[in-house]
Design a protein around this ligand. Sequence first.
Ligand code: KIV
Ligand code: NA
Length: 265
Amino acid sequence: NRRVTVRDLAAAKERGEKWSMLTAYDAMTASVFDESGIPVLLVGDSMGNCHLGYETTVPVTMDEMALLSAAVVRGTKRALVVADLPFGAYQEGPTQALRNAMRLVKESGVGAVKLEGGERSLAQTELLASAGIPVMAHLGLTPQSVNSMGYRVQARNEQDAHELLRDAKAAQQAGAFAVVLEMVPAQLADEVSQALQVPTIGIGAGPHCDAQVLVWTDMAGLTPGRLPRFTKQYAQLRETLGGAAQAFAAEVADGRFPLAEHSFN
Ligand code: KIV
Ligand code: NA
């Protein structure tokens, strides 16, 4: 009954087995996904938007990441838990990256960390990997750079596509055990997936990646408003949960709750 390891994920690629990753930000939700057999849980800095009420991932701090990562680890038995290094936690250089990654491993108990960028984060990836901390790279649309790149499909022209493939190979060479591809054309994601020995994990990157990731609040229909086209709602939790809250309030208002069976004499 051990946890999933990065070696298991490498073996899955060799066998041609596809797998899935979901984000998680708390122990309760993480335990549901763990019991459902999701092998990898990402404590994404999407917690900024989905859990902490920020508008982007940019303000997320190391303290927030450490706290929520520890909760996800406590809520799980089997999943490999991967924590994002938040914006500002690794851009200063490899030493800063190692200090913060080490905190997530030692204090929160995660099995791996993720950081955005290929070439631009290579020294960080190398140092973490050589220190024995598994690193997941994140290429294509990198939301921590929203202020310079916006939210749109990446690598649409040949030069950018070439650059992304180079980034992916460089990340693998530096020791990354997997590469997230966010919002890149499906043909390019296919090419990258075939070129790499390590698994690719797609989000808005077509069907040819070795794995797929979704943000759990999107996948479960909890996120309000219009969703990006690459996601899919497998439940309508916002409706279900809102309905439960309304039913509770209505029963209290008209005296249907609590009844004798819920009370003590
Ligand atoms: O923070 C996040 O949820 C992510 C995934 C979308 C890959 O980085
Ligand atoms: Na992220």
